[in-house]
Write a protein that binds this ligand. Sequence first.
Ligand code: BGC
Length: 415
Amino acid sequence: MKANKTIKRAVALAMACAATSATADVEVLHWWTSGGEAAALNVLKQDLESKGIGWLDMPVAGGGGEQAMTVLRARVTAGNAPTAVQMLGFDILDWAEQGALANLNDLAAQEGWDEVVPAALQQFAKHDGQWISAPVNVHTTNWVWANKAVLDSVGVSEPKNWNEFVAALEKVKASGKIALAHGGQAWQDATIFDGVALSAGGPAWYKRAIVQLDPAALGGSEMLETFKRMEVLRGYVDENFSGRDWNLASAMVINGEAAFQIMGDWAKGEFLNAGKTPGSDFLCFRVPGSGGSVSFNSDQFAMFKVTGQAAEEQVVMASAVMSPKFQSAFNVVKGSVPARTDVPDTDFDDCGKKGMRELAAAASSGNMVGSMAHGHANPAAVKNAMYDVITAHFNGEYDAATAVQEIVTAVEVAR
Ligand code: BGC
């Protein structure tokens, strides 16, 4: 009863604010700072504004949200949690475990979230049977983005398997262009690793090794092959790759300076923001060898426990984020796909339609795995342990065989 009243009050608040054009502000902590991300964020800001909710921006750049999570910890420790926070997978569960997140059950029940949010997402949006966040999208990380004109100029078409991919990289390199645009940051190295691991070991092995952390699988021949493939890729990045932001790597493909980028589908947001069209200007395909599988992550808005008007605004924001119309409008721009199964693909471009098809197929075949790089395979301690080994190996500190041993040991220590 009481909760129903809160929802009603929240909606009434939205309407009253809209009517008077007074704005109550939600403070939102997020890491959507690139051009494409900002465009998507604007869809959300405008949607909230139309409901009378103003926006207090708290951007902290850095894919995977590591820096954002550091800022968040400081804010919560100071007793000053933001209203809503962009969060990934195990980080959400971690905060829920600490009792820091608000309970969205009444809104979820009223709007039927249980029926439309896929189980793989509910696993991170619910804790002890309580909805504690609102999923805004599903990204998948095992994608390659390619400049079509560059490929045409060297006579390369979409590679269908790993060997064809390596041959294509080689041809581009021989032409004097950069074959693989990459930014040497731990989370980006790890993002490449998601797709390469799926390609080298397949989804069943990925689940055993990366998600379940079975030491035999972690230290198996598939892991060796994964690191060997990472080494091959390392041979195709330019010498200035170190520290480069992911969106600058995307820009290199967009501008025709480079042929390929391996990156989650937020990269598509950059291509679209630059006015490019899938199919004619750029290609999107799965990391060769990983077709049929997807490594996913879902951006969710976790709501911290607050009281009074801020709590009412949280309900309005969560409801706005979960609306099917919004999920379409937002994800069309963001590069991701909706976090609900009942949103039509009508407004999505060819890459988006393909993404939705492939996600649904992978979900029903059991080949949808949580992205290690983006916090959907393990809690932060294990993720960071993996990051360290992957990055050290990519930078030549270990050979592939040593990296296999190191990842087994690092995970053992971290878990
Ligand atoms: C998030 C995306 C974001 C990307 C790069 C990922 O962790 O899920 O929404 O676009 O990082 O910032």
